[in-house]
Design a protein around this ligand. Structure first.
Ligand code: RIB
Length: 309
């Protein structure tokens, strides 16, 4: 039987400009190519589940868009990846979300999101998602939708027997009540520091192990600290697992974290052990950073299998 994986989150049209360096405050610079690429942390994760899961799982997106041309493009991009978009509804009160993204020559980016319709998903709407959560192996969340909605939906997903995965991005302090509803929390280094109320620092493997233990004290069952090009670290209260990074030439890191989370859900839903699931997720994210754009960069299952072979 195929696993059902649901993503609740944002859909954005990304406006991407390549630049030599990221602009400083007050600075005007000339950029290079401009592209509009389907994105949004939620939609990227759904797209990645669709591409990576293949026939072994079904991908379902819950989100909000406006009545505009971006909405059509975003839904079409997900449908082409095999995602069920019947849970993506249009709202008249706001336009579809957009993200303004600069990517520099070192593959670093800077992103500003105007959430628009993504913020028109309210806690009162969540009960209606219950049938979509029913029977799901995993439900994936991020923080580009209202916090109250995420908190309520985490609870409902759990009540329906699904494991919940929260990508705490964009970074935001979170309550213990919310974190207690999370099965797998996947912060990067700066998100982890913000959740712990600490100064943001680059962390190595040992600090990541300590950070993961501190975050687990706040409620999530498992913490996976994403260390970018230094791999990732899993802590589930009993087992600490460090997964080496896959070495690649990065051109754009946009959506690497989204690809990682989706790949992790796909691999766990197939019954892989954590170490194998982390390896699969690292590989999928590594391929994504070798290409430009969000959904444009997400690999297929065949590409990840070939990379790992
Ligand atoms: O995680 C990458 C995504 O963040 C982009 O696609 C952009 O839309 C923002 O949501």
């Amino acid at each position: 039987m195929s696993a059902r994986i649901v993503v609740l989150g944002s859909l954005n049209m990304d406006f991407v400009v390549r630049v030599g360096h990221l602009p400083a405050p007050g600075e005007t610079i000339l950029g290079r190519d401009f592209q509009m690429i389907p994105g949004g942390k939620g939609a990227n994760q759904a797209c990645a589940v669709g591409r990576l899961g293949g026939k072994a799982s079904s991908a379902h997106m819950i989100g909000r868009v406006g009545y505009d041309v971006f909405a059509d493009h975003l839904k079409a991009s997900l449908a082409a990846a095999g995602v069920d978009v019947s849970g993506v509804h249009a709202t008249k009160s706001q336009p579809t979300g957009v993200a303004l993204i600069w990517v520099d020559d070192a593959a670093q980016n800077s992103i500003v999101v105007a959430p628009g319709a993504n913020h028109e998903m309210h806690p009162a709407d969540v009960e209606a998602f219950r049938p979509t959560f029913r029977g799901a192996s995993h439900v994936l969340f991020q923080l580009e939708t209202p916090l109250g909605t995420v908190e309520r939906a985490l609870k409902v997903a759990r009540e329906e027997g699904a494991a919940t995965i929260l990508d705490p991005a964009p970074a935001h302090p979170l309550s213990r009540e919310l974190l207690a509803q999370v099965d797998i929390l996947t912060p990067n280094e700066s998100e982890a520091c913000i959740l712990l109320g600490r100064k943001t620092v680059r962390v190595g493997r040992e600090e990541a192990a300590a950070i993961a233990r501190d975050l687990a004290q706040l409620g999530p069952r498992t913490v996976v600290v994403k260390l970018g090009d230094a791999g990732c670290l899993w802590w589930d209260g009993n087992n600490e697992i460090y997964a080496e990074p896959s070495r690649v030439n990065a051109v754009d890191t946009t959506a690497a974290g989204d690809t990682f989370n989706a790949a992790l859900a796909v691999a766990l839903s197939e019954g892989r052990e954590p170490a194998g699931a982390l390896r699969f997720a690292n590989a999928a994210a590594a391929i994504s950073v070798t290409r430009a754009g969000a959904q444009a960069s997400i690999p297929t299952r065949a590409e990840v299998d070939a990379f790992l072979a």
